[in-house]
Design a protein around this ligand. Sequence first.
Ligand code: PLP
Length: 364
Amino acid sequence: MTMIPVSRPCIGKKEAEAVARVMQSGMIAQGEVVAAFERAFASYIGVAHAIATSNGTTALHAALLAAGIGPGDEVIVPSFTFIATATSVSMCGARPVFADVDDRFFALDPGSAEALVTKRTKAVLGVHLFGQPFDIPGLSDLCRDHGLLLLEDACQAHGSSFRGRRLGSFGEMACFSFYATKNMTTGEGGMVTTDDPELASQVRLLINHGQKAKYLHTALGYNYRMTDMNGAMGLVQLERLEGMNAKRAENAKYLDRVFRCEGVIPPAVRPDSTHVYHQYVVQVAKGARLTRDGLMKALAIRGVGTAVHYPRPVHDQPLYRLLQGKDHCPVSARLASSVLSLPVHPMVSGEDLGAIGRAVNEVM
Ligand SMILES: Cc1ncc(COP(=O)(O)O)c(C=O)c1O
């Protein structure tokens, strides 16, 4: 039996040809193609500057450093996210402070974040989790009231918008990932977006060895550059992004309608927002016929691949447990044992969707 994979990159001939052209040109490190990708991405998001990086984690690290985050500082992050949201803060020598998320949209809860603000807090790094916005008005007000920077982890939200404006254009800076499973991919890759020219040039400096002019180094920098091969793929994927996102949304709407069981709660969409369904994440209801892990196994037997994003809240990772203790973010902890991601990526066919709907309805 073949398994419907929970994620699969959507790569065509155009991507292969674009990468081959770069390889044949002999200029395989960073050059004009990355510059063109940066311009196209900035224009798509609606910001003045976009700086390409080697991945989403390096984008976050460089953005936080450019914002001046360092030892002694605290940055509030959600506990229910991918580990890199927090480790990028730690890489700066600063401390990630874990706040809880709300249980409808799974995003940073402004009330929980506000309770954790101290004199050391410098920024809030919100995550647009699974493809829809965090509470932008709530976190913007919080940051304004306390004089904090608002940064967006938009690694899962390419093309998603709030009140008609694309995510990646709300905070002082935003970071994207183009990892293989993302809504658009360059294999590995990342991008920082901002309207601030000084932050943009600081990020550019930091991702290129702190090099201000050829062999003149004014800051401790890194090699976080994207290659033209990745940039070439990114340009083609960006052209296809709207179409691929529309297919994800269409697949998600089908699943929303097809589930007949009370044991599975489909994802809620935040008002005034477009959800681009990086992941289609259901919650298994309390008292349902199967537990989350039971549902996962039952679906696997029926050829439906699933995944858990994420099985352990970040505050409870061995790396971070000593910082705030295990029992700190109860909603994040509950979600970690009740969420399940189902396949809605653009390669999921109508037949696959029917099979997913039947399998869930049969076992729950
Ligand atoms: C929310 C979030 N933050 C950060 C990252 C890190 O991106 P990357 O894997 O490209 O380093 C990812 C993706 O994996 C992510 O989903």
